[in-house]
Design a protein around this ligand. Structure first.
Ligand code: HEM
Ligand SMILES: *[C@@H]1O[C@H](CO)[C@@H](O)[C@H](O)[C@H]1NC(C)=O
Length: 320
């Protein structure tokens, strides 16, 4: 047999048997819910027509789910749950929006395939649709996650989620724990090509001198947008990049130009470990998309429950 064909065959076999550890697979719902990807896509598209900021919110929702204990849909549990204080009670989740969107999609999925598809998988599928429908890559994601039945609480969320002023060392460590290279860690932060930052999350960077140096022109703009002592720090916000609704490489161009909104956005182009990747992604959107896709695959399969672990919730916001 031709060596090339052998290599292709080998990589196909390798992919389907070994690449997705922890029991995830590409054809998980082939028998039990073949329509699931289509339902998620069409539901998210129609919801986003009424609120075009939905994709940004869903993408951050996925990060905050996966970062605390693992991608187990624990962030979707209502904070007023009487059992214990859920992740949403953490101040680090300020600005987390659109949890109800996942409930809406779940209801549509339940109508066709009752008790088959986990909320954790729906959130991952919704996030990949959010990226694709905003102009980003269409990422292939393995499925088969289960939902937590013993979810983490607000203390674990406080401890695991990065604060708004996290620096580069801690950030690289955080993503290295998910198996990401430095290139992938830089790429995954390109998610900040979408969405907004509330003034509350910028207060310390803007008004506490010890955080980091901000480009003086940009600092004036930020301070005008988020004045000290404002009564609305939790509702006023600024956009993360000028093309806030498009998943493109503008975030990298912006940060090179000193327009990074968060400390981490501003530090990456200045550090020799990350600067080359920032430049590469700013120059070539396709290279960014490739690195982002592999980083997203790692993020979305971190610490997943599979097989007989966990449960498939009927309502994503409730344990029972
Ligand atoms: C060191 C890591 C990170 C830090 C410190 C960080 C911090 C933040 C902060 C403070 C905001 C503003 C939230 C608000 O005020 O409403 C934000 C927004 C956002 N983040 Fe991150 N983030 C990080 C990593 C990520 C990752 C890995 C993703 C996705 C894969 C992500 C996706 C987003 C998105 C899409 C928004 C906009 C949300 C919206 O408009 O509702 N972030 N991030
Ligand atoms: C804004 O949200 C934070 C975190 O949830 C909270 O601690 C703070 O009291 C809120 N501030 C206002 C003015 O509502």
């Amino acid at each position: 047999m031709d060596l090339k064909i052998v290599a292709v065959l080998f990589s196909l076999i390798f992919r389907s048997t070994f690449a997705y550890a922890g029991g995830l697979s590409l054809n998980f719902y082939e028998q039990s819910c073949p329509q699931v990807e289509y339902i998620v896509r069409t539901s998210l598209r129609s919801i986003s027509l009424t609120d075009p900021t939905t994709p940004a919110a869903i993408l951050r929702l996925l990060f905050h789910d996966c970062q605390v204990q693992g991608c187990d849909a624990s962030i979707l549990l209502d904070p007023e749950s009487d059992i214990f204080q859920t992740e949403m009670a953490s101040g680090k989740n300020l600005g987390i929006r659109k949890r109800e969107t996942i409930n809406t999609i779940k209801t549509a999925v339940e109508a066709l395939c009752p008790q088959q598809v986990s909320c954790a998988d729906i959130l991952v599928l919704a996030a990949r649709e959010a990226i694709a429908m905003s102009g980003g890559p269409m990422i292939v994601v393995p499925l088969g996650r289960r939902d937590s039945s013993s979810p983490s609480n607000f203390r674990q969320a406080d401890a695991s989620l990065p604060g708004p002023n996290i620096g580069l060392d801690a950030t690289l460590q955080l993503f290295a724990k998910k198996g990401m290279t430095v290139a992938e860690s830089v790429a995954i932060l390109g998610a900040h090509t979408l969405g907004v930052t509330h003034c509350f999350n910028l207060e310390s960077r803007l008004y506490k001198p010890e955080v980091d140096k901000i480009d003086p022109q940009f600092e004036i703009f930020l301070k005008m947008s988020c004045p000290l002592g404002s009564f609305t720090p939790n509702s006023s916000f600024i956009v993360n990049d000028p093309t806030t609704l498009s998943f493109d490489n503008q975030y990298f161009v912006n940060s090179i130009n000193g327009l990074g909104v968060l400390r981490i956005d501003a530090e990456m182009p200045l550090d020799p470990r990350t600067a080359p990747f920032i430049q590469t992604f700013a120059d070539d959107q396709e290279v960014f998309f490739e690195a982002f896709s592999s980083a997203f695959a790692k993020l979305s399969s971190s610490n997943v429950l599979t097989g007989n672990q966990g449960v498939i919730r009927t309502y994503c916001n409730r344990l029972y």
